[in-house]
Every structure is written in structure tokens, then in C-alpha cells.
Design a protein. Structure first.
Length: 403
């Protein structure tokens, strides 16, 4: 009966569906985009290393008071060695130096590249997959050899085919020569671009120091990864005590270093995206409410048109519950159809957007289930008053009004 009603009033059905479709489309598209953005950000944060704390002079959660941190001493490699001795909860620790410079091969010059001077165990903390050649070995670190691993994009730009890069000699900053021993697998663009390995060069930190002699440009970090059973707050406390001991700080002196906890930052970002989702839901819900009123209006018109039918049904024994169920099902069915159209539109646009841009948009299964539930709720809410009016009609009055 509902389908026949939809077919006999195509324009009215289309207008009703349009409101619900647009409302569901807005809600799913906003929630899916926010979920995709959060997943991308959390993936980038995880790439920094799980159970990892960054010992740095800069506090990542600071309020912009850079003058408070700029005079702090930079972390030293010797401090990393002492931390390994003092903190048994450490599974891996690495010393990382960073700067930007150039790379040349033949007549080709690439600028603004990320230089990472790293110590042993860096690849145990960071997930670095080698596509061609090999990663740095212990001998490279022991002798401070000029062996480097470069990003896929760099190898592609300089050698056309990335596999050709292995074994070639390139020129780095100040015409320093280095041998390419490996090419990192293509990473692709990330949401936050925290570690853009596609445009990076990884080398032993001893070789980095030979080339970049000015300590002011190093910006070193000690990366500490806890053991699998390590508790991050406890590890942080152990590191705090060890660092204060290493730097011989008195109980009244403030820390002249920062312990940046990636997991805490990840939770902080999760809370931010949760608030954004609430805001997005509040805004997009307005369009759904408009659609709901459209469906309710159509159901009022439907009840008026079927007044005679309702009277006949009640005259031959139809109960109030039966009449209410009929109109509620019709209203819910109308909303579900509109919601499914909106959902299909979002899925198609998500595929198109993901194909055109590097940012992947996906529709979580929870969002799909949520959308279906919303359609049912809106359908019942929109039809409850018209259905109640229809159920309470007096059969004699209903039949007479039709005549």
C-alpha cells in the first residue's frame, strides 16, 4: 500500500524523499569526513612510534612561550647512553638530528629535503620499509660512513627509476659525497606530514655531524620506546628522574627538558575530533529536522486523503493499533528510502574524492548503522502524530466526511 501510494503521488514522494535524502547525506558526509580525518591523524601519530616518548628541549603541548624553552640545552648522545643504563623499562632508544638541505646528482638539484641523522635502533622505533637496497647497518654507525637511505620520491626525481639510485654517489650539503645504499618504499602523503620519508634522507648521525658542524641547526631528539609491558606514565616518571639526575638538577630547579608523550597527544586529538563531531552533528541535524517536517506534512495530507478508507477499515473491525502501524510503517519506509539514497550518494562521492585526492575518505560501518537507525527514528517521529490522528477517527464521521 505504501509503494502504491508513492507511485500514485510521484512529485509529492520526490519532494519528501529530497528533504530526508539531503539531511542524511549531510550527516553521513560530515561524520565520515571527520572520522577519516581522525583516522589519518591517528595513523600519522602512530608512525611516530607506539609507547614512545620524545626527550626534547621543546614542549609539544606548550602555549607558544618559545622564549621559555629556547635557552634550554639540547639533548646529547651521551645522555641517551646514560638513560639506557638508568631506565630498565627502555626497549629501544635512538638519537635523531634533523635539518633541511639539498641533494645533487649530475645536473639535477633537489632542495628543501629532510636530513635525518640517526643512531642505532631508530628503525626499531620507526617503521621504515626498504624498497630497494638495504637499510643502515651497525658498521655504518660505527665508522660514520657516508652511506645514506633516500626517499622514494627523491630517487624517482633524480634517477627516474628508483631502483637505479642504489650504488650511486650523490652530493649533499657543502658538496659532501655520499653513497645511496637503499631506497625507502613509497609512503604517500599523510594528513599531518610529520615524517615525510618520501622526501627525506636518512644517514648515520656521526656522518650528519661531519657535514652539519653548527650545533644550532641540529635540533636533536632522544626517542625512547618502552617495553611491551611498559606503562607510559611510569616510564615517563622513570625518565624524568633519570634526566634530572643526569643533568644534576636540584629539587628546586625546573626541568630544562621536555618529555613529550605521543599517546597523550593522541588522546588529546581524539577529544578534539569528538568535539568537532558534536558540532558537525548539531549543524547538519538542522537539515534533517527540515526533512522530518516535510515527511510529517506529507503524512498529514495522506491521512486526510484516506479518511474514507480509514473509516471503512475501522467499521469492519480494524483496531487503533493497526491503523497507527500502517501509517508509521509508511512514514518509516519513506525515510529509509530517502536515507538509502543519501547513503549511496555519500559512498559514490567518497570513492570519487579518494580517487582524485591523496586523502582517503571512508564511511565507517558504525556510521551506516547509525544512519539507518536515524531514518527509523525520524520516520516514526514524523508519522506519530498523523498516525495517532488517523487511529482516533470515528468510523462514521470518517466515512461521512469522505462522501
Amino acid at each position: 500500500m505504501a509503494l502504491e501510494e508513492f507511485r500514485s503521488n510521484k512529485l509529492r514522494t520526490f519532494l519528501s524523499l529530497l528533504g530526508i535524502t539531503f539531511g542524511i547525506f549531510c550527516i553521513i558526509s560530515v561524520l565520515s569526513t571527520i572520522s577519516s580525518m581522525e583516522a589519518a591523524v591517528q595513523h600519522d601519530l602512530q608512525s611516530l612510534g607506539s609507547k614512545t616518548i620524545y626527550v626534547h628541549k621543546w614542549d609539544y603541548s606548550s602555549d607558544g612561550m618559545w622564549w621559555k624553552y629556547i635557552k634550554r640545552p639540547i639533548p646529547k648522545y651521551e645522555e641517551l647512553v646514560l638513560l639506557r643504563e638508568k631506565v630498565p623499562m627502555i626497549a629501544n632508544a635512538a638519537y635523531v638530528l634533523n635539518t633541511n638541505s639539498t641533494m645533487e646528482f649530475g645536473d639535477n638539484i633537489l632542495t628543501n629535503l629532510n636530513y635525518y641523522g640517526v643512531s642505532e635502533n631508530y628503525n626499531n622505533i620507526q617503521s621504515i620499509e626498504i624498497g630497494y637496497g638495504r637499510y643502515l647497518q651497525q658498521a655504518d654507525f660505527d665508522h660514520g660512513e657516508g652511506n645514506i637511505v633516500i626517499g622514494y620520491t627523491l630517487a624517482e626525481k633524480l634517477f627516474v627509476k628508483p631502483e637505479r639510485a642504489v650504488g650511486n654517489i650523490v652530493r649533499l650539503k657543502d658538496d659532501k659525497r655520499a653513497i645511496v645504499i637503499g631506497v625507502i618504499k613509497k609512503q604517500g602523503q599523510s594528513m599531518m606530514q610529520m615524517l615525510d620519508y618520501d622526501n627525506s634522507i636518512i644517514m648515520p648521525f656521526q656522518f650528519f655531524k661531519q657535514m652539519e658542524k653548527a650545533e644550532a641547526t641540529w635540533d636533536p631528539i632522544i626517542m625512547v620506546q618502552g617495553k611491551s609491558d611498559a606503562n607510559i606514565p611510569q616510564l615517563k616518571d622513570e625518565l624524568d628522574g633519570a634526566m634530572r639526575s643526569i643533568r644534576k638538577l636540584t629539587p628546586t630547579q625546573e626541568n630544562n627538558y621536555a618529555l613529550n608523550d605521543i599517546e597523550s597527544f593522541s588522546k588529546f586529538m581524539h577529544d578534539i575530533f569528538g568535539n568537532i563531531s558534536l558540532g558537525g552533528w548539531a549543524i547538519t541535524a538542522l537539515s534533517l529536522i527540515v526533512g522530518m517536517f516535510g515527511v510529517a506534512n506529507i503524512m498529514f495530507v495522506t491521512v486526510r486523503e484516506r479518511t474514507g478508507q480509514i473509516g471503512l477499515k475501522k467499521a469492519i473491525g480494524a483496531k487503533r493499533g493497526t491503523i497507527m502501524t500502517e501509517f508509521l510503517l509508511e512514514s518509516a519506509f519513506l525515510c529509509i528510502i530517502g536515507g538509502m539514497i543519501g547513503l549511496i550518494a555519500v559512498l559514490i562521492l567518497a570513492q570519487i574524492f579518494s580517487a582524485l585526492f591523496s586523502f582517503k575518505v571512508f564511511v565507517p560501518a558504525s556510521t551506516i548503522g547509525f544512519a539507518i537507525g536515524i531514518c527509523l527514528f525520524v520516520g516514526i517521529l514524523a508519522g506519530i502524530i498523523p498516525a495517532f490522528i488517523a487511529a482516533r477517527m470515528d468510523p462514521v464521521v470518517a466515512i461521512r466526511s469522505k462522501q
